[in-house]
Design a binder for this molecule. Structure first.
Ligand SMILES: [Zn+2]
Length: 74
């Protein structure tokens, strides 16, 4: 997975961020549900410490949703 670096909050210009994980409810599921059942990955959000805006929401394990092999085929 490519690494994304956030330098500045696009909303307030703040430079301090908090990494948080959205648990239980916040998982992302692949839709429509593929053969073999549900696949989910935990959702992480980066929050600006100055204004509280969610600067980024992402999954650390996109491979859990789609393996690289599957992506190549489609
Ligand atoms: Zn901010």
């Amino acid at each position: 997975m490519k690494e994304v670096k956030i330098e500045k909050c696009p909303f307030c210009g703040g430079e301090e961020f908090i990494e948080t994980i959205v648990s239980s409810y916040g998982s992302v599921y692949l839709h429509p549900v593929p053969k073999g059942g549900f696949r989910s990955a935990a959702l992480f959000v980066t929050v600006c410490r100055d204004c509280g805006s969610v600067v980024r929401a992402y999954c650390k394990t996109p491979e859990k949703l789609y393996s690289k092999k599957e992506r190549r085929d489609s």
